[in-house]
Structure formats: structure tokens, C-alpha cells
Design a protein around this ligand. Structure first.
Ligand code: GLY
Ligand code: MN
Ligand code: MN
Length: 370
């Protein structure tokens, strides 16, 4: 049981405002719609709410219909305003009773369906419908994502200013997460990754418990979650402010690869187009540096993809061919096994004017050379 409730990412509120016709919705988790405004008809036909469903402070401006729906858990419509009719026709409340505490219902005469009826129901999953709505972002979503990314980038800067060799990975993580809260982000969008030295080669290193970061590189992959939308920003810096010459060469290569890859984030291109650009630069660079002889071996040093959608989830659902207002990461990396790894990760919106990096600081913010 979660101590603090978090909405299932599949039901992000902003999209919900527009698409309030859910025929055949199923939900396994606790759904919570707070201050959602259903400006059109809100129709939940054949809905199966398997968890607790709560509609708090919601405005149902038109006909709200929960027809032939099954509520398996407690359902609450607390302080909601039904300015038209609420119809709970042929719906079943299998556990608990519906709770209309302080709800304003225009015409109680028309409230119906509170009886327990015997009927069988068919369920269709709403997952595919919701996923398709999530792959391109509307202007409010881009605004919320931008805020999350701004906060995450600010945290990277604050860490760069404050970091020193006596800190621990956990302490560095704490500075990022403190800045998130300072600027109003309630959570991290995913488990924070803060790895010094060889830990930076572990792609999803989340233990963050190494206490010796002195004179190491540190890879910091973290994202603030702002009103449900998550950032995903990575910077790799030398804890003591100076790269070794070898580290600088690799850093420049990752940076060059990222710059070129971002330029490929144009409408109509695929994730693979972005990846091929990024790995070509990395393999040419690794050959030039004498680290590999054959381009095929670049994969050993760059063993992951370059892009994914972000949004309500850090890995949001969506097509691998870019459309207008898709928001994706561009995150090449090079990892020298057992020594250290470097990754740079930024967020880009595919727009009609080309790729727009979202970070409020220049996306190639590097390191304060102290
Ligand atoms: N932070 C997870 C990722 O970059 O995909
Ligand atoms: Mn990512
Ligand atoms: Mn990341």
C-alpha cells in the first residue's frame, strides 16, 4: 500500500479533460480525479472500476453518465458539481456504497441506478486508447514538461556549484531532490541515478550508496516530476572540477554525438535515424582515439538506445517515428568498462521549425571549471 497516492500515469488529468468519453474503461488501480473539469459529456459506459474511484472537486458541466458500470471498490464523488444529470444506470456497486458527500446534484430525481443488478459485463482495456493519446503533447503538457526540465536543469547547476570530494553519492542525490522540492516538484519521476567512478558504467544504478566520490567522475541522471510530468536529464562531471585529458576527449565526443543527434530529431525521422547519427560520431571518434579498430565495436562502449518519449512516465508510450509535438530524450553515452562512463541527456520537442531543446539552460551546459 502506497502511503501517498499517485495517479496511475495512464490517467493524466490534462488529456482527460478533453476525452471524457470512455466506453469500456477498465482500471485496476485507485483512480483519483481531482479538480478535473469535464466540459463535455462525461460518459463512462461499461466502465469497470476495480479499485477505489474518487471524483473530488470535479465539475461535470453536462450530462454525466456512468451507465452499465461496475464499481468494485468504494466510489466517492465528494464536492463534485453535477450541473446537469448524473445517471448511474444499471451500474453495480460491488463493494462499498457510492458516496456523494457534499456533491451538488442538479436534479436528484434523475439520479438512478443505485440498485444492485445482476448482469454480466465485458471489459476492454483502455490502455491502448490512453497510450495513443499520450504520444504527442499539447501545449499545457509541454508547459508542464518544460517546468519539470527547468527544475531538473537548475538542480544540475546547483550541484555543480556545491559538489566536492567529501560528499557521498547520497548527498549529491539529496541536493538534486532538495532543489526539486524548492521549486515545487513533489517527486522524482523515476529512481535517481547518481554514480561515481565505475558506478557510472551501470546504466540504471540506483543504490547511490558509495561514500567515496573524491577525484571521480560522477554521472547524474535525474528528473523532477511536476504535476505528473517527468523530466529526464543527465550530466556527467568531474567531482573535483577538472577532467583528465582522456576524460575530456571522451566528453567532447559524447557532446558532439548528442549535438548531431539532436539535429536529427525532426518530424518524419525515426528513433533509428537519431541513433545512427549518434553512433556514427561515436565510432569514428573511438577509432580516432585508438580505443577501437572496427566501427562494429562501438556498441561495446555505447550499449544503449538514444531516445525515448517522456511525459507522464519517464518512458512514455509512443511511435518511433517523430510527429509534431512529440517530446523525446537524446542521450548518447560512452562507458569505459570498470573505469567510468559518461552520458549526456536532454529533452527535445519535434516541431515544425525543427528540433527544439527544452532545457532552460543551454542544453550543452557543461561543467564549471574550478
Ligand atoms: N533515466 C532513465 C533513462 O534515461 O532512460
Ligand atoms: Mn532517458
Ligand atoms: Mn535518464
Amino acid at each position: 500500500q502506497q502511503a501517498v497516492f499517485r495517479q496511475d500515469a495512464q490517467f493524466g488529468v490534462t488529456k482527460f479533460l478533453k476525452y471524457a468519453d470512455f466506453s469500456g474503461i477498465t482500471a485496476n488501480s485507485h483512480l483519483f480525479f481531482n479538480y478535473a473539469e469535464f466540459t463535455k459529456q462525461a460518459i463512462f459506459n461499461n466502465a469497470a472500476f476495480r479499485g477505489r474511484a474518487e471524483f473530488m472537486n470535479c465539475q461535470f458541466k453536462h450530462y454525466a453518465e456512468f451507465k452499465r458500470s461496475v464499481f468494485y471498490g468504494q466510489t466517492r464523488f465528494v464536492k463534485s458539481n453535477f450541473s446537469d444529470v448524473v445517471l448511474l444506470d444499471e451500474s453495480r456497486f460491488l463493494l462499498g456504497r457510492p458516496d456523494f458527500q457534499k456533491a451538488i446534484i442538479a436534479d436528484k430525481e434523475k439520479l438512478s441506478g443505485l440498485g444492485d443488478i445482476k448482469k454480466e459485463f465485458k471489459y476492454i482495456s483502455v490502455n491502448n486508447i490512453m497510450s495513443s493519446l499520450r504520444q504527442t503533447k499539447d501545449s499545457l503538457e509541454i508547459k508542464l514538461l518544460t517546468k519539470a526540465i527547468k527544475i531538473s536543469s537548475l538542480a544540475q547547476i546547483e550541484v555543480m556549484k556545491a559538489i566536492h570530494g567529501e560528499m557521498t553519492e547520497r548527498e549529491v542525490q539529496g541536493i538534486h531532490e532538495f532543489i526539486y522540492r524548492k521549486y515545487g516538484a513533489a517527486h522524482e519521476g523515476y529512481n535517481s541515478i547518481v554514480g561515481a567512478g565505475a558506478n557510472s558504467c551501470i546504466l540504471h544504478y540506483v543504490t547511490n550508496d558509495d561514500i567515496n566520490i573524491d577525484n571521480q567522475l560522477i554521472l547524474m541522471d535525474l528528473g523532477a516530476e511536476y504535476r505528473g510530468y517527468t523530466a529526464d536529464v543527465t550530466r556527467t562531471i568531474p567531482v573535483n572540477g577538472k577532467f583528465s585529458p582522456e576524460q575530456k576527449e571522451i566528453y567532447d565526443l559524447v557532446y558532439e554525438s548528442q549535438e548531431a543527434a539532436i539535429k536529427k530529431a525532426v518530424i518524419g525521422n525515426t528513433f533509428n535515424d537519431i541513433y545512427l547519427e549518434s553512433i556514427e560520431i561515436i565510432s569514428n571518434g573511438l577509432i580516432k582515439l585508438g580505443i577501437i579498430d572496427d566501427a562494429k565495436d562501438a556498441r561495446k562502449y555505447y550499449p544503449h538506445g538514444v531516445s525515448h518519449h517522456i511525459g507522464l512516465d519517464v518512458h512514455d508510450p509512443g511511435s518511433r517515428t517523430l510527429e509534431k509535438n512529440m517530446v523525446i530524450t537524446v542521450e548518447p553515452g560512452i562507458y569505459i568498462p570498470g573505469k567510468w562512463g559518461m552520458r549526456l541527456e536532454d529533452i527535445v520537442v519535434a516541431t515544425e521549425n525543427g528540433p527544439q531543446p527544452v532545457n532552460h539552460v543551454n542544453h550543452h551546459l557543461v561543467v564549471l571549471d574550478r
